[in-house]
Design a protein around this ligand. Structure first.
Ligand code: GLN
Length: 300
């Protein structure tokens, strides 16, 4: 069966689902998103791209941005980053503060919020946030081969207004000496990167470097980012995602997931309804169907 047939069938099956999960409602811009949308896009090693559903509709990439922030932070700091953030799954919600106190302000991994705030702080360095965000957008646009990728300013504003837990995390990190910038500066950069809007077509193209289909960063770093996506990319549902889908993946509360089939494909999927853990419900199901039908699971 051809990939375009598989994707068309998956989009059809997802359109018929009524159990779509809950759309994120902590900011009005996400609460207002129509839950009945679904899009999927796949970039292959031969340079072709196949998509189905609402694949050209931009959505808030939210925590998927943490993957690209990590790539930039590693480029800037190299392995020194690992003295500030660990590489273990947390087994806790993405915005949890619980482990930070008992673990002396060193977050478990770069994909929980605390770890992403440290990673963003490292990627930011001593530059104004504007400069870092410009670098991030340039990276995404060149990776996706598309200039039309922007920050949704209204989302960034709402994130700032409602981000009390993130402020708590950032101040806690600062108290432990694990933030080089003032908390509001690092968070300004963090909230704006969460507010980047992309379609699954753009996101799948932007993820090609992680699948080894485009050379943007060192191969060793790609391998490590994929390892972290597999073990930590879905927070306290990372084990379940590996079990069901079998690919490194990173989710965001906008309902997007970027999944990587090393050497084979970069896959982006989007459906706004979330599970309890804040991962796209139908996005995960669609990826499970896709890896079952293509045999792309890294576990054989
Ligand atoms: N902006 C959200 C936050 O910082 C991102 C969380 C997510 O996508 N999991 O809480």
């Amino acid at each position: 069966m051809s990939l375009s047939t598989i994707l068309g069938e998956i989009a059809q099956e997802m359109a018929a689902r009524t159990d779509r999960g809950q759309v994120a409602d902590y900011i009005p811009q996400l609460a207002a998103v129509d839950p009945d949308q679904f899009g999927i896009s796949v970039c292959l090693a031969d340079g072709t791209q196949q998509s189905a559903g609402d694949s050209a509709t931009p959505f808030s990439i939210q925590s998927i941005s943490k993957v690209f922030a990590l790539a930039l932070a590693l480029g800037r700091l190299g392995d020194q980053l690992w003295s500030r953030v660990r590489r273990e799954p947390s087994g806790l919600a993405f915005n949890s503060i619980l482990q930070l106190e008992s673990e002396q302000g060193i977050p478990r991994n770069p994909f929980v919020n605390a770890g992403a705030i440290v990673t963003t702080d490292a990627a930011l360095g001593q530059r104004p946030p504007k400069e870092y965000l410009a670098e991030l957008l340039t990276f995404l646009r060149s990776a996706a081969g598309d200039e039309d990728i922007h920050i949704d300013r209204a989302v960034a504003r709402s994130e700032t207004e409602t981000g009390h837990r993130n402020f708590a995390l950032a101040h806690f990190l600062k108290a432990h000496g694990n933030l080089t910038n003032p908390p509001e500066l690092t968070l300004g950069a963090y909230f704006h990167q969460c507010a980047i809007a992309m379609s699954v077509e753009q996101l799948a193209r932007a993820g090609r470097f992680l699948a080894g289909l485009q050379h943007l960063i060192a191969r060793e770093r790609v391998r490590r980012i994929n390892a972290l996506m597999l073990t930590c990319g879905h927070y306290d549902a990372s084990g379940d995602f590996a079990f069901r889908v079998g690919l490194p993946g990173k989710s965001g509360v906008g309902g997007g997931i970027l999944a990587i089939a090393p050497g084979k494909a970069s896959i982006a999927v989007w459906s706004p309804g979330l599970t309890q853990q804040g991962n796209s419900r139908l996005g995960t199901e669609a990826l499970e169907l896709l890896t079952r039908r293509t045999g792309w699971s890294i576990f054989g």
